[in-house]
Design a protein around this ligand. Structure first.
Ligand SMILES: *Cc1c(COP(=O)(O)O)cnc(C)c1O
Length: 425
């Protein structure tokens, strides 16, 4: 058995070759579908919290594959776990027991309020699984013929047809009608809106099977959940036997300074969906649930790749390193350091910035609606200074670095951002 603790102490090494300077964006664009608005940047290798482009420019990576590279790039633990697992066994069917899957499920349930896990490959698929679970629960446990799932405006749950329907943002749904029936939207953090929706939907007998919410709305603008709101949501769910599903795809697995986003809200959900940070960058998603709502039986749901030995072996190494290296404590401390620095920017540029919000290492610097700049302008200016950032909507600049980020890297990011803002104002 490899010693993860020893591995975690090794220095980072960039394995990628030096830039070849042969990358051609025109060739890329003529072969790859243009579903993304891309920055004119071709990243070729990385180590720790840094990545390099094909021109050998260095960047401090405060995007981390959008809150995904928990251990940064080329982390010795991941290099070892990937190498070891590919040499041992990388894929077999779920027709057989997969020991690595069992070990990861045990780790996840022992470290959360849940009892059972279903593995898939992405956040959208984790939410699809939760949506199917909620519908079956509605049918078999509540006797609802057409179960409704309540979600929030400004939410983000994925791009498949059901999850883009669950996503309460019309811009993602435009041109994809007809959407999936059975969803109803309410304003996030507004308890009266939710009470009203349940009362009207359930007026002639139960209709609502589940409420699906993010613990903190990531894509929708780094907007944290309110404790009083979520406590009342939990009460309403208990009262009406409604499942509370928390989409923790972006905030789960240590990012908020706690292992789970719900720990910031003083409640326990019935179902949790995770992906992004769980595998540190290898594709894995999971739906975790309490045994009381595990209504799935053989044949109800499946995924060919879901929970294969490769992804589960690597994800378990990521999770164990999170714990052994105290990365949640680091996320709390570095997050506080970052927010303090960002608050100084709010003080310095009151005409530009409104506030800083977030938990642990998911933070947003919020622009004033009337500011002459949009988040993308600042992100582009930061990129030019060698700092990668990502917008969360037009008015929020999002900071989601690897959880291994150190104090000097946080200071460096703040310095680069300050220079970037000076340059464009
Ligand atoms: C990214 C994200 C998803 C979708 O995950 P994919 O892996 O891209 O399918 C779902 N929910 C939230 C909260 C996310 O941040």
């Amino acid at each position: 058995m490899v010693n993860l603790k020893q591995l975690a102490k090794l220095p980072f090494k960039a394995f990628g070759s030096k830039s070849s300077k042969t990358f051609k964006p025109e060739v890329f664009d003529s072969h790859v579908m243009t579903t993304y608005g891309r920055f004119p940047l071709a990243l070729t290798h990385g180590a720790g919290c840094r990545v390099w482009d094909d021109q050998d420019n260095e960047y401090l990576d405060f995007v981390a594959g959008i809150a995904t590279c928990t251990l940064g790039h080329a982390h010795p633990v991941m290099v070892e776990a990937v190498t070891q697992q590919i040499q041992t066994l990388h894929h077999v069917s779920n027709l057989y027991y997969i020991p690595e899957q069992g070990a990861l499920a045990q780790w996840l349930t022992e470290h959360s309020c849940t009892d059972r896990v279903f593995f898939c490959n992405s956040g959208a698929e984790a939410n699809e699984a939760a949506i199917k679970l909620a519908r079956k629960y509605g049918h078999t446990e509540l006797g609802i013929e057409e179960p409704v799932i309540i979600t929030a405006h400004a939410s983000f749950h994925g791009r498949t047809l059901a999850t883009v329907t669950a996503t309460g943002q019309p811009k993602y749904q435009k041109n994809f009608a007809p959407l999936v029936p059975g969803f109803h939207y309410v304003t996030y953090n507004d308890i009266e809106a939710l009470e009203g929706a349940i009362a009207s939907l359930n007026a002639n007998g139960p209709q609502v099977a589940a409420i699906l919410l993010e613990a903190l709305q990531g894509e929708g603008g780094v907007n944290p959940g309110n404790i009083q709101y979520f406590k009342r949501v939990r009460e309403l769910c208990d009262q009406h036997k409604i499942l509370l599903i928390l989409d923790e795809v972006q905030v789960g697995v240590g990012r908020t300074g706690k292992l789970w986003g719900y720990e910031n809200l003083d409640i326990e959900p019935d179902v949790i969906t995770v992906a992004k940070g769980l595998g540190g960058g290898i594709p894995i998603g999971a739906m975790l649930c309490k045994s009381s709502c595990d209504v799935f039986q053989p044949g109800d749901h499946a995924s060919t790749y879901g929970g294969n030995p490769f992804v589960c072996g690597v994800a378990l190494a990521v999770c164990q390193t999170l714990e052994s290296e105290h990365l949640m404590a680091n996320a709390s401390a570095r997050g506080q350091q970052l927010r303090q620095g960002l608050l100084k920017l709010v003080d310095t540029y009151p005409h530009l910035f409104e506030q800083v919000r977030g938990w642990g290492l998911i933070n947003g610097l919020v622009l004033k609606a009337e500011a002459p700049l949009k988040s993308l302008d600042i992100v582009k200016a930061a990129t030019a200074q060698g700092l990668l950032l990502v917008p969360a909507g037009p008015n929020v600049i999002r900071f989601v670095p690897p959880l291994i980020v150190n104090p000097s890297e946080v200071n460096e990011a703040l310095e680069k951002l300050t220079t970037a803002i000076k340059n464009i104002t």
